[in-house]
Ligand binder design. Structure first.
Ligand SMILES: Cc1cc2nc3c(=O)[nH]c(=O)nc-3n(C[C@H](O)[C@H](O)[C@H](O)COP(=O)(O)OP(=O)(O)OC[C@H]3O[C@@H](n4cnc5c(N)ncnc54)[C@H](O)[C@@H]3O)c2cc1C
Length: 299
């Protein structure tokens, strides 16, 4: 659609494209628009305070913004569109923003999230979540015990997921229970893998494990670990020279890696995400995972 619309309507060397939204798909869309090579300028407009707010904390999101801005894509946060303005030919010519300002616009792409398609469930009286989606329990069962739901239309603990991995995990639980449930104990759906590792507009970005454990509280803590504490602590490496940001989140005693955020360098992602998934005490000191092993020799 982006290609078709651009070919049909954009023939001006001052053409300006606007992408609304600051999540994964918005950044992918910005890249696709940039690759078309038909726009003089591209801008991402985002309501939240920073990019990729569902995966990154503020420092990570702001570093990503800085890197993307250097590529010539402008980013403006805390703003959204109020109305679209069309010229006499019926072509899009400008947008008006929530703050009342107007800007030329030759193409606009909205990437502002998904709404679960739950109208069939609503029409047959199944319970749906306050933010949409067919409510399911840990076995993917809806409010009618003969009906199950999986994938993006299902709301588990009030949440719907816009990623493939949680949908596959739901399918795995349901197919096992339907085919093997009579012979084995039932499989239950648990916190799904929402790990993200991408090169967005050439910038390494990753979020793995429980990547908001330090600010929102850990979703998992080791059982019978008295020294672990109930919270989480973050170790941060913020290098403005190489533009690398790494945040690793540990149990309070530093023995377990719970999750983390990486911007600018994903090279440690395989090791770090594997350590997080293992849920075992670390063999190394937390600091070693960021700056490597120190020799202790000052001479
Ligand atoms: C542009 C884009 C890029 C993406 N990139 C990624 C990515 O890189 N990584 C990632 O993990 N996820 C990505 N996603 C998200 C991923 O595609 C979805 O999470 C996944 O497709 C959800 O699977 P699903 O089967 O639940 O729903 P869908 O894939 O949407 O399939 C639902 C199907 O049900 C059909 N349907 C709907 N209502 C009815 C009805 N009443 N009767 C019969 N059929 C019906 C629809 O036509 C459709 O075929 C991306 C999504 C988009 C839009």
């Amino acid at each position: 659609q982006l290609i078709h619309y651009t070919e049909q309507n954009v023939n001006d060397d001052k053409a300006h494209a606007i992408i609304v939204g600051g999540g994964l798909l918005a950044l992918e869309a910005a890249k696709a628009v940039m690759d078309l090579g038909k726009f003089d300028s591209i801008k991402i407009v985002q309501l939240d305070g920073w990019l990729m707010g569902r995966q990154l904390d503020k420092r990570g999101g702001k570093l990503l913004e800085k890197k993307i801005s250097k590529m010539g894509i402008k980013v403006e946060c805390g703003l959204t569109t109020k109305s679209l303005i069309f010229n006499d030919d019926g072509h899009l010519s400008a947008v008006e923003y929530s703050n009342g300002t107007k800007e030329r616009c030759d193409l606009i792409c909205f990437a502002i999230g998904i709404v679960p398609r739950d109208n069939l469930a609503r029409s047959c009286g199944l319970d749906v979540g306050p933010r949409g989606g067919v409510i399911v329990d840990n076995y993917m069962q809806t409010s009618d015990p003969d009906i199950y739901a999986i994938g993006e239309c299902a709301a588990w603990k009030g949440r719907t997921y816009g990623l493939i991995a949680p949908g596959y995990a739901m399918a795995d639980v349901l197919s096992f229970n339907l085919t093997q449930g009579e012979m084995h104990s039932l499989k239950a759906f648990a916190e799904p893998d929402t790990n993200t590792r991408l090169k967005l507009l050439g910038v390494d970005v990753a979020a793995f494990g429980d990547y908001f454990a330090d600010t929102e509280g850990p979703k998992w803590l080791p059982k019978d670990c008295r020294k672990c504490g109930k919270g989480a602590r973050a170790l941060i490496y913020d290098n403005p020279i190489d533009e690398v940001y790494q945040k690793l989140i540990f149990t309070e005693d530093g023995r377990y890696l719970l999750g983390g955020i990486l911007v600018g360098d994903n090279s440690k992602y395989p090791l770090l995400s594997a350590l997080t998934k293992k849920r075992k005490p670390l063999a190394q000191e937390p600091g070693e995972l960021i700056i490597g092993k120190q020799s202790g020799d000052d001479s």
